[in-house]
Design a protein around this ligand. Sequence first.
Ligand code: MG
Length: 204
Amino acid sequence: MEKLTVADFKKMLDTAMKNISAREEEFSKLDAVTGDGDHGTAIVTALTAVCEGAQNGTEFKQMLNDMGFNVMMKTSGSTSTLLGGFFLGMSDNAAGEELDAAGVKAMFKGGVEGVKKNTKAMPGDKTMMDSLVPAVEAICSCGSNDIKEIMDAGAKAALAGAEATVNMKANFGRARNYGEKSIGYADSGATSWACMFESFAQAL
Ligand SMILES: [Mg+2]
């Protein structure tokens, strides 16, 4: 596909909502290894607000802005802040009713920049950055002009990134206190964000 429309993007969001909801319990169980075990609930609640924000969208910049603001206004916690930063950052770099390959790449690059404004976590810390950063790198460096292929590359990198967190020691936030105990389990946020990128590709 050469162009991504607003309708395509809403399909990506709906698929992410469906797949993430189906795995809510799994994400909470992973979070319980080093935290309070609420990540499944947190990501489903936050993504619901994101999707509500997109409902009346007809154009990328305003729609992404509404999505980011809605999640930040209606929900709280780190998952909300990170998703909010992601979609607000995407809004900074997107405009119009459809995007070509370069437009899609720029939009996701804006997303990762928006997240970086809201966390000091770096790849390797065993957080959602371990799936987000490689996903966006793969999207931006993909040689294809086919948006489905670009999003497939992003999904593949996100899943590999999440899988790599299994062998990492938590190095950020409260999870850091668990040290070695965190090894052997994937990070909950890296896993849910990888599910989001996998869903984005699957929807196209
Ligand atoms: Mg938690």
